[in-house]
Design a protein around this ligand. Structure first.
Ligand SMILES: [Zn+2]
Length: 389
């Protein structure tokens, strides 16, 4: 991972490069930006650069990604790099062999390790323990202790605090003390997708760096590098499905190219378009219902959600093309003809209402509602809206 491997964020990287080059790095940053935009990957790259042992590199390139230090950082096991996120209190209890609660602690540790594993695989993932009350005081006390020790091997200590808006009030006050008198060898990077919820006194001690979602073209170029076996249609569709969230995009790439049954997103999309066609032909309505039954019975939830999302993205294309016949950046450029035919055949349909109904179905499926009931009701509603019956 060097600067080149970061998806997007050119301006933010330039700010950090300049600070590094002139030795004027702030002692504390607040990286603010939407969930899944990859701001934590920038925080980790900064931490790696400050500890990389390969001194032959040009300062512009970033970390080498190969030295012992870089490899430890990638494994989230670097002694100078601390990564904090909201955990549950049980994790911080010490194991007392005479107590029954040991099982509770051991289970919490397992959950914690599983989240770290996920983070190693997916650097855009935001880990958080479900039963967490936030980032806890004990976690910040540990940081205080670590801050008082010199960094190893001449590097710098970097404390990356994920979801900094979830600092417990007592923890936040302790952190504030650290930020007020920061040891020279420590760099703090607070990360948040809700920076307005970070304590103002903490915010004012940090240099703010605001991140936006990477642009679709940047995400598409990254997918092409990461998964060259995917074709353009697949890439474009993954970009649309992920809506700028790199964590979702990576999950889709993994599902598409990883081991085991691939959901083949474009195949699912084609099925969704066929389904829509069947809704619109009265004699074929039963086939649309058949698709619902098949989805309910033999698809995973992810596949069901991709199916519904594909309908949303198709309606979005239809809306764009009905406003501007030459709209260029479609979610589904390979089936632009179908889209245009739909625009002609069904003008002035309430696609906003149709989309709302699909979004409601997605929420219901996420809440574990019966898939067949949800989809059958949605199908009837869509027919009514699209055919005006
Ligand atoms: Zn290195």
């Amino acid at each position: 991972m060097s600067w080149n491997s970061i998806v997007g964020h050119e301006n933010q990287i330039r700010v950090l490069k300049t600070a590094l080059g002139s030795n004027r790095l702030a002692h504390a940053y607040l990286f603010a930006g939407p969930e899944g935009s990859g701001k934590e990957t920038v925080a980790f790259e900064l931490a790696k650069i400050l500890n990389c042992r390969n001194t032959n590199l040009l300062p512009d390139e970033g970390s080498c990604g190969e030295c012992e230090s870089c490899r430890q950082a990638d494994k989230l096991m670097h002694p100078n790099i601390e990564y904090l996120f909201p955990v549950e209190a049980a994790l911080l209890e010490t194991i007392d062999p005479s107590k029954k609660e040991n099982k509770k602690v051991a289970e919490a540790r397992e959950r914690y390790e599983a989240l770290l594993d996920e983070k190693r695989k997916n650097p855009f993932f935001t880990p958080t323990m479900e039963r967490s009350m936030g980032i806890l005081t004990e976690q910040v006390v540990m940081l205080q202790q670590k801050a008082s020790l010199a960094p190893r091997d001449g590097g710098k200590k970097v404390f990356i605090i994920s979801q900094a808006d979830r600092l417990h009030p007592t923890a936040a006050n302790k952190l504030l003390k650290l930020l007020e008198e920061p040891p020279a060898h420590v760099v703090f990077v607070l990360v948040s997708s809700r920076p307005e919820s970070v304590l103002p006194t903490i915010r004012s001690r940090c240099q703010l760096l605001t991140f936006a979602r990477p642009r679709p073209a940047e995400i598409e170029a990254w997918i092409a590098r990461r998964a060259p076996q995917l074709d353009e249609t697949e890439r474009r569709f993954i970009v649309s499905l992920s809506r700028g969230n790199l964590s979702s995009a990576l999950e889709l790439i993994e599902a598409e190219t990883g081991e085991g049954a691939a959901p083949a997103v474009v195949g699912i999309r084609n099925k969704a378009i066929d389904y829509l066609r069947n809704i619109l032909v009265p004699a074929k309505f039963h086939e649309a219902i058949g698709t619902c039954e098949e989805l309910a019975k033999s698809s995973t939830r992810t596949e069901q959600l991709i199916f519904l999302d594909a309908l949303l993205l198709f309606f979005q294309d239809v809306t764009r093309r009905s406003i501007d016949h030459n709209f260029p950046e479609l979610n589904n450029p390979d089936i632009a003809e179908n889209t245009d035919r739909f625009v002609k055949a069904f003008p002035n349909r309430d696609l906003y209402r149709a989309s709302t109904i699909i979004e409601e179905a997605m929420r219901a499926i996420n809440r574990n509602a019966s898939v067949i009931l949800v989809m059958a009701a949605m199908t009837a509603d869509l027919r009514e809206i699209l055919l005006g019956k």
